[in-house]
Design a protein around this ligand. Structure first.
Ligand code: GLN
Length: 251
């Protein structure tokens, strides 16, 4: 079996170890004997999401986001939204997450058009939301926690066309007001959690790999994801929860 991963704008959007998400996906697939190819998609590159089983986009600052927003507007955004509509799994972190909504308005008043695959919008606030985060989600079968690190001024609000990834137990999440974190639409997941996120949240990594296998090989293909010994990953996860609880509350 093989999974084809597309890393969107790796040179522009890559903060706080976002690339570690790709490494975690590759390793967890290879440990099950599944081959992985990773292709990078940059400014001006032609996009063929038919040949992609799983896409990832990381975070970045306003300047880089602005370049990416322009590139998305030249047709790539539409192609990405169409692939998500057909079930392609996608993970989007922070700056990338913001650009997949309806718009992102910076502190300086610039309004970047979004791809619109998530029914959400983001406006910069005056104070940055920074620190460790613990989120409770039911995405990965049963209730579980996700841990990560957030650093954003953008406040994101969800419309009725997508659902939150989870509820914030520690940290600010989407906007520091409604207690929600991230967004889910079909198999696309948006979140403010950097980290890297996936190495210490193996359940989310496997959820994405499962959706990728199903996209490529059909129902039942996720059975190839045989259980791994995640003792080290679980220890890292619990250590992150302890650290977050010791240093921060729900914002
Ligand atoms: N520029 C965005 C913000 O501050 C995203 C930052 C990030 O990706 N960490 O809201």
């Amino acid at each position: 079996m093989e999974i084809r991963i597309c890393h969107l704008y790796p040179d522009l959007l890559n903060l706080y170890g976002d690339r570690g998400n790709i490494i975690a996906l590759v390793r967890r697939a290879e440990w099950r004997g599944i081959r992985v190819t990773v292709t990078s998609l940059g400014l001006g590159d032609a996009a063929d999401f038919e040949a992609v089983d799983l896409a990832f986009i990381g975070g970045g600052q306003d300047r880089e986001q602005s370049l990416v927003a322009e590139d998305f507007a030249r047709g790539k955004g539409e192609a990405l939204a169409a692939a998500v509509e057909e079930g392609m799994p996608l993970l989007a972190v922070c700056g990338g997450y913001q650009l997949l909504g309806l718009y992102y308005r910076t502190a300086g008043g610039e309004e970047m058009p979004g791809v619109g695959l998530f029914d959400l919008w983001t406006e910069a606030g005056s104070r940055r939301l920074i620190g460790n985060v613990v989120v409770e989600t039911d995405l990965c079968g049963g209730r579980c926690t996700l841990v990560g690190f957030e650093n954003h001024s953008g406040r994101t609000f969800l419309g009725s066309g997508c659902r939150p990834l989870g509820r914030v137990l520690v940290g600010a999440g989407n906007n520091g007001e409604d207690g929600l974190e991230g967004a889910v639409y079909r198999n696309a997941v948006g979140t403010y959690l950097h980290g890297s996120l996936l190495p210490k949240n193996p359940r989310l990594a496997d959820w994405l790999l499962a959706r990728a296998l199903e996209r490529r090989y059909g129902p039942g293909a996720a059975a190839a994801l045989t259980p791994l010994d995640d003792a080290v990953e679980e220890r890292a996860h619990l250590a992150a929860i302890r650290r977050a609880r010791a240093t921060r509350r729900r914002v």
